[in-house]
Ligand binder design. Sequence first.
Ligand code: SAM
Ligand code: SF4
Length: 326
Amino acid sequence: MLIDRHNRIIDYLRLSVTDKCNLRCSYCMPEDMSFLSRAELLTYEEMFRIVSLLVPAGISKLRITGGEPLLRKDIMQLFRSLSGISGLKKIALTTNGTHTLRYLDELMELGVRSINLSIDSLDQERFFAISKRDLFQPVIACLQEMMTRDLDLRLNCVVMKDQNIDDIIPMVELGQDTAIAVRFIEEMPFNGHGGYYEKLEWDHQRILTHITARYPDFQKLPDPPNSTSLNYQVTGFKGTFGIIPAYTRSFCGSCNRIRLTAPGILKTCLYQQSQLSIRDIMRSGVSDEELLQTFQHAISNKALNGFEAEKANPTHISESMSLIGG
Ligand code: SAM
Ligand code: SF4
């Protein structure tokens, strides 16, 4: 088992397969973002080796993310190989929905049924203002189709002051007749240009207050183990809504995850500024045993929470979430 020094079992790996994206969500990356070269990214063979090594050690859930993961060339090759790893119980995907429909059938056939679709607005103009690209139609078509499929579908919506507050209630109302889980995420400072709020105005409490002012009749749902969202249901709705306190970080205590960024840096905490290049270690020719020991050692030193990890950082966060994968 992979266990950290706080006795937490680590069974979840988030793998960013590319930093490239066809949207420019303002909270994630600047318009003039420069992307990594192909040689700087982990290859599919390297990803397969890592996952094959970590699954027998205790990783049972994998999320493929990015950048926009479905933009990477021959991406289904990766899903096909990963789906053959025995012991890997769940392969999940986070996607912006622009290219997802064309892969949906094959993803489902491979058992990828847990899909997070990121959509920050149900209004075309606001979608454009946030994402800077005119791709609302394919994303809405993707959402509509996915709502008819047998999927564990979650919508991710980053809540941004002055940008998409008017979307919060319509998003909750998507769950009126459909068993969908909508999750509102506090904006984090991983925007690629170092900008941050002195105080986050739309934190989880304010989001909840906003929703419950419109729908005072709601229940708090039990949160699954290791859940990052506080989950609720409006009485009579089929769907649920959750709020992820990603910035105020009240969920860190039960963290079960590690991240590999697009260039193969291992982050044992989102807020850690790690330099541990798994890619370079692999390319230096280490054995599987040495590689596993590298993971075990890093995991054992995982920070207790995002605040502890942040304190150890020499500089303020300036990374783009597209490298890290969310
Ligand atoms: N491109 C895919 C997508 O948008 O779903 C996958 C990668 S994206 C980096 C993963 C998730 O991170 C998305 O749900 C996105 O909304 C979220 N995210 C990105 N930057 C963020 C930030 N600064 N604060 C909070 N969430 C963020
Ligand atoms: Fe692209 Fe996802 Fe970042 Fe938006 S959040 S710019 S869709 S990687």
